[in-house]
Design a protein around this ligand. Structure first.
Ligand SMILES: CC(C)(COP(=O)(O)OP(=O)(O)OC[C@H]1O[C@@H](n2cnc3c(N)ncnc32)[C@H](O)[C@@H]1OP(=O)(O)O)[C@@H](O)C(=O)NCCC(=O)NCCS
Length: 162
């Protein structure tokens, strides 16, 4: 993440870029479900935050976070291919975790394809634990894993070690 990069809430003008990133970076081989219309509905939804990272006003990463009564769920998250391993994904995830904590939510849950070793390594490095698996999680034909992070205990352990 460069100092000039910025994180902001997405606007409807970002919907096409986010939907295209989902199609080419996340939903590959599964069919395109996160169409621009669906992304716009998420942007407008009162219980969903859609955030983007911009470099020189260009969207280079995004995250979608849905608030449920007892947890926050992340259905979609990506950083452009040429921009990875610069801390952008970590910055987006931290933004979501901080927002969840200030809303009084201490649990984050999400899913990833079992074959997505990069994402699984990323989440592991960010303190997420794999808590389950489903051989047919994606469209009934591709295996996935469930991940979770307890933000309250993560923050308590950090405070304890200070
Ligand atoms: C997962 C993803 C969002 C990570 O974004 P990123 O900006 O590259 O992540 P960061 O640079 O913040 O990485 C932080 C740490 O995670 C780990 N990590 C990230 N990518 C990794 C990889 N390909 N292999 C192993 N570890 C990895 C590393 O520990 C890394 O720290 P380091 O670079 O100092 O070694 C990105 O790879 C991506 O968009 N993937 C395609 C879409 C996707 O899989 N989305 C998530 C599931 S919906």
């Amino acid at each position: 993440m460069k100092t000039a990069d910025s994180i902001r809430l997405a606007s409807q003008r970002d919907a096409l870029t986010i939907a295209e990133m989902s199609r080419t970076l996340i939903e590959v081989g599964l069919g395109w479900s996160w169409t621009p219309k669906r992304v716009v509905r998420s942007i407008q939804h009162p219980d969903i935050n859609v955030a983007v990272v911009c470099r020189a006003e260009r969207v280079i990463g995004f995250i979608i976070a849905q608030y449920c009564p007892d947890r926050l769920h992340i259905p979609l998250f990506a950083v452009e291919r040429g921009m990875r391993r610069q801390g952008i994904g970590s910055a987006l995830l931290r933004w979501v975790e901080t927002t969840a904590l200030s809303a009084g939510i201490g649990l984050i849950r999400l899913e990833a394809r079992r074959s997505n070793l990069a994402a699984r390594a990323f989440y592991r490095a960010a303190g997420y634990r794999e808590i389950g698996a489903d051989p047919r999680m994606y469209r009934g034909r591709e295996a996935g894993v469930r991940l979770a992070k307890d933000l309250w205990s993560a923050n308590t352990s950090r405070a304890d070690s200070l």
